[in-house]
Design a protein around this ligand. Structure first.
Ligand SMILES: C[S@@+](CC[C@H](N)C(=O)[O-])C[C@H]1O[C@@H](n2cnc3c(N)ncnc32)[C@H](O)[C@@H]1O
Length: 283
């Protein structure tokens, strides 16, 4: 199949004014209310935009600054966007900075349709690992966890209860593009527990009062759902009671707990250790 050609003049809209209504609509995506209303979100940087297109995400608008003119990768991405029915905007750096709220904005920003996995559609097999996050509040933590889940080969992330938005600019930035390859689902605590009861998974909760060292359980043989608690409050009793194991990562020193994303990284590498070692031997 031939590659899409560079968009012709007329297929690219040039905008320099901050008060342009299209720019105002894109800027509004900084607010969750508008992201939800438009079912859309922004991703900054050419690499992320290309990752998203390669992953089949639907692009609505590609915005690039004048610095992108003549850059073959930017032009190819613009041509792909036009071929997919998206809008391409060439804007001043000032406009791009206002859209992303940065002094030194990336050369390229994409507006994509949101995509969430439905909890009932998740089918588990032995060896699978999912991360479930109870009321995660911090976008940096959520983005880092999605990125870590990607790195370790986890199957996806389930957001339980009221959480920070996986499609905020801060979260997407912190995922470094992994938001486009790690499925994310959302559930109320009740729906999550009902799904868990049927899914045949081992639910491993992490708790500062856990009685079991995190290296003790055998994580092989069954799919694992790793449940992490809220940054301030930890896991509520209702969720902790539903866990098949409640594990603790030992600590020396005076810190009363680990940062949520650090604890999740330690747990994920432990749960995936056997699988990763097999992978090493095969590599
Ligand atoms: C910052 S901690 C929560 C601290 C909270 N004040 C509490 O009492 O649970 C956030 C989450 O990270 C995980 N976590 C942090 N340190 C841990 C540890 N040493 N062992 C097990 N889980 C830990 C747990 O899932 C915890 O709910």
């Amino acid at each position: 199949m031939s590659e899409p050609r560079m968009p012709r003049v007329g297929q690219v809209k040039e905008i320099t004014s901050l008060s342009n209504p299209i720019v105002k609509d894109i800027k509004a995506l900084a607010l969750k209310k508008f992201r939800d209303e438009k079912h859309a979100f922004m991703a900054e940087g050419l690499k992320l935009v290309i990752d998203a297109l390669d992953g089949g995400w639907t692009i609505r608008t590609l915005i690039y600054s004048k610095a992108g003119i003549g850059n073959p990768a930017v032009e190819k991405t613009a041509a792909r966007t036009v071929a997919l029915g998206g809008l391409v905007l060439e804007v001043s750096e000032k406009v791009l900075g206002a859209i992303t709220r940065r002094d030194n904005p990336q050369m390229v920003v994409g507006v994509f349709e949101q995509r969430l996995t439905k909890l009932p559609d998740i089918r588990l097999s032995a060896g699978d690992v999912w991360v479930a996050l109870d009321r995660v509040r911090d976008p940096g933590n959520l983005g880092t966890i999605i990125r870590t889940a990607d790195a370790v080969g986890a199957k996806g992330v389930i957001l339980v209860g009221e959480t920070t938005d996986p499609f905020s600019l801060e979260t997407v930035r912190a995922t470094m593009g992994s938001v486009f390859s790690v499925p994310v689902a959302r559930a109320t605590p009740e729906a999550f527990l009902a799904w868990k009861a049927k899914a045949g998974a081992m639910l491993v909760g992490t708790h500062l009062k856990g009685s079991v060292d995190y290296r003790t359980p055998r994580y092989q043989g069954r799919p694992v759902v790793l449940l992490m608690g809220n940054e301030q409050q930890g896991l509520p009793d209702e969720l902790a009671r539903a866990c098949d194991e409640l594990v603790r990562i030992p600590q020396a020193g005076r810190a009363d707990s680990l940062n949520l994303s650090v604890a999740t990284g330690i747990m994920l590498y432990e749960v995936r250790r056997a699988a990763l070692e097999i992978g090493d031997r095969l590599a």
